[in-house]
Design a binder for this molecule. Structure first.
Ligand code: LLP
Length: 384
């Protein structure tokens, strides 16, 4: 990412900030769109990964739809200009207010996660004299082989309707005059790097699809969610292998001519396009440890503190020099406010500029005001 950028410009910008490489985002989006095209796959961008309007504008331009998890995200997608007929709304706890708002905006589909939610949606749609299109989110009990905190498709997870409740679900659907069943939805987890997992998902999708068809339902939409991971260890490898990913669904899903396959990708589209740029405030050399104290912390990028997630850290101010092992920490009053332990870096000094790479997904969106921090700013590559 930095190979073709003049990073000396960072020296004149107040840190910390998210640096968005809009060219790389564009390349990633078009690579994904090209890879999906031969199969006519429908892509919805998962706004939860990053709802920055500048990025959303680019994503909308490429023609993708939006996958939203709150009325706020639905509103944001509509404001940016996403076609409301390409907006899906998932989430295990949609409030009545949120459902009403999404009904008013005539979105494409509600991905429904419980039988009670079906009943509520039916009532609210009836009160408005509308029919809501629904896909049933099924918990397929498929292990995504990723960090347990970002696994969503196992029996122990709160997401989706379990297979043993599908009979009741089908009855509720049939009794709900203001719901139109259009398909089935899955999402088994995030940061999935073992693509074989998706073969297992496809097998389950085929089974559930037949189950619904046997009950007399027309399954038009097969929504297989998102989850494709990125290579945090090689941020310069940049663009995920969308071709191999889509090929699995082409090969293993049994798609009939009346059916559409939908995806909800977040991280894979935006993850590599940003870095958190931050400056060393202090260097503390201790007896047991050396610390680099940065001006960004878990309030700006929470993933390392929350999931012990790895992000590559680069000192942009030093070339190759003596390597020193540092714990690279933030300024927040929490011991978990640490971006990496015992990380080898060139000998570092106060004022050095650091990049914490692969921070485009679940970075800025998860920033908090803890310790009453200033809001994190964004800088775009095409503006500096
Ligand atoms: N669809 C649904 C229903 C989801 O719950 C998610 C993510 C996605 C799509 C998009 O998944 P992606 O393609 O981005 O993996 N904060 C965590 C990740 C949480 C993912 C939540 N759901 C992290 O920083 O790793």
């Amino acid at each position: 990412m930095f190979a073709d950028k003049d990073i000396s410009k960072f020296n004149n910008i107040e840190t910390p900030f998210y640096y968005y490489d809009t060219d790389l985002l564009q390349k990633t989006l078009s690579t994904c769109a090209e890879a999906a095209k031969p199969y006519q796959f429908h892509i919805h961008y998962a706004l939860k990964a990053n709802f920055n309007s500048v990025l959303l504008e680019q994503i909308k331009q490429i023609g993708f739809g939006a996958d939203c998890v709150s009325a706020g995200e639905v509103r944001r997608a509509v404001e940016v200009g996403f076609d409301n007929k390409k907006i899906v709304f998932a989430g295990v706890g949609k409030s009545d207010k949120e459902i009403n708002e999404a009904l008013d905006l005539d979105i494409f589909c509600f991905n429904v996660e419980s039988i009670q939610e079906l009943e509520v949606l039916n009532e609210l749609a009836a009160a408005k004299g509308k029919t809501a299109q629904v896909a049933i989110r099924i918990n397929p009990n498929v292990d995504a082989h990723t960090h347990h905190n970002i696994t969503t498709g196992l029996d122990e997870n709160k997401f989706g309707i379990n297979s043993w409740d599908l009979q009741e679900c089908a009855e509720t659907l049939k009794a709900s005059a203001n719901l139109k069943f259009i398909g089935i939805h899955f999402h088994i987890g995030s940061q999935i790097t073992n693509l074989d997992v998706y073969k297992n998902l496809c097998v389950r999708v085929n089974e559930f699809c037949s189950w619904f068809e046997d009950k007399g339902f027309v399954v038009k939409v097969l929504n297989v969610g998102g989850g494709l991971g990125i290579d945090y260890y090689n941020p310069d490898s940049q663009i995920p292998d969308f071709k191999s990913y889509f090929k699995i669904f082409k090969d293993f899903l049994e798609v009939k001519s009346n059916q559409e396959v939908h995806f909800e990708l977040g991280r894979a589209l935006v993850g590599q396009s940003a870095s958190l740029i931050t400056r060393a405030l202090y260097i503390k050399n201790g007896k047991k440890k050396n610390f680099v104290v940065l001006d960004a912390g878990m309030t700006e990028l929470m993933r390392p503190a929350l999931y012990q997630a790895y992000h590559k850290i680069e000192n942009l101010s030093r070339g190759n020099g003596t390597e020193v092992k540092y714990d690279i920490v933030g300024p927040i009053c929490e011991s978990t406010d640490c971006f990496g332990k015992e990380v080898e870096q060139p000998e570092s000094f106060r004022g050095d500029v650091f990049a914490i790479r692969s921070a485009g997904a679940y970075g800025e969106v998860m920033a908090s005001k803890y310790n009453l921090r200033d809001a994190i700013r964004s800088v775009y590559s095409n503006e500096i």
